[in-house]
Design a protein around this ligand. Structure first.
Ligand SMILES: O=C(O)c1cc(=O)[nH]c(=O)n1[C@@H]1O[C@H](COP(=O)(O)O)[C@@H](O)[C@H]1O
Length: 274
């Protein structure tokens, strides 16, 4: 999917919400455990109930990998379902990959071609030749970790080299890589005050912003500091939406949570045109 198509969806739905499918067998309603594929059954209900309010779904592969073969099957069924039923939705494989070039090329093939996600999250630590194989794939996007939402972000990402924080160096250098127009960046909502400076470096790039909801980040601050002229934001919430209720009407309650976020987003978007 092109960023233009994503932007059209954002304006159409008045939403830049990404729902994180961090599906955990210990957290889904217990009655689903008797289903043949409980993870997929849960995801399907969540997606069907919430898709009006979201423009993207992020599948965190860790939750599926943790369940072995059954988990991979559920992951595959979920992305196939999204691509077949809701092709207008932007899909993210949150796999945080990156390795030497020929290995990265295999990860890129797996997530962007075989599984046909629109994008994949990638760690920048191994540098240019570890990221370019992802960028080589047409009409797909590589979402590079820049400034993450966790406490450990301060261990390395904010260290200064030549007076510049490492995460800024990652952003600046990545702009020189081949096909860099296919890059998006992760910036945690818990670090919203850094967004204004990040926007100066990458005024037009899309940012995937996790960390609202369960991690305490503020949507208002994210918009205040991070919204670009072309929106440029995908704000993710996982636990805050998908585990809003453990009862049999969990999907309805998740939809209500998603709608609250969508309304806040619509209000923020309306400011863009004032
Ligand atoms: O790349 C990510 O998605 C990510 C980066 C980051 O800096 N912080 C972060 O929380 N995430 C992911 O975003 C999701 C956040 O989930 P909730 O805190 O439940 O909304 C999880 O899937 C995390 O793995």
């Amino acid at each position: 999917m092109t960023t233009q198509a994503l932007l059209e969806q954002i304006h159409k739905k008045k939403s830049f919400l990404c729902i994180g499918l961090d599906t955990d067998l210990e957290k889904i309603p217990t009655y689903l455990l008797s289903e043949e594929d409980p993870m997929f059954a849960f995801n399907k209900e969540i997606i069907d109930a919430t898709h009006h309010f979201a423009v993207a779904y992020k599948i965190n592969t860790a939750f599926y990998e943790a369940q072995g073969r059954k988990g991979w099957k559920a992951l595959n069924k979920t992305i196939e379902y999204l691509n077949a039923e809701y092709p207008e939705i932007f899909t993210i494989a949150d796999a945080k990959r990156g390795d030497i070039g020929n290995t990265s090329a295999m990860y890129a093939k797996a997530f962007l071609q075989e599984m046909a996600f629109d994008s994949v999250t990638v760690a920048p630590y191994m540098g240019k030749d570890s990221v370019e194989p992802f960028l080589a794939i047409r009409d797909k996007h590589t979402i590079l970790l820049a400034l993450t939402s966790n406490e450990g972000a301060f261990d390395f990402q904010t260290l200064k080299t030549d007076g510049v924080e490492l995460y800024k160096k990652v952003i600046e250098t990545s702009k020189t890589w081949e096909n860099s127009e296919r890059l998006m960046y992760v910036v945690g909502a818990t670090k919203a005050e850094h967004l204004a400076e990040i926007r100066k470096l990458i005024p037009d790039s899309f940012l995937l912003v996790p960390g609202v909801g369960a991690q305490g980040g503020s949507l208002e601050d994210v918009c205040k500091y991070g919204m670009g002229k072309n929106v440029g934001l995908l704000v993710n919430s996982s636990r805050g939406i998908i585990y809003a209720s453990e009862t049999s009407n969990f999907a309805e309650i998740a939809a209500a949570k998603a709608e609250v976020m969508q309304r806040e987003m619509a209000a923020q978007l309306s400011k863009l045109h004032q």
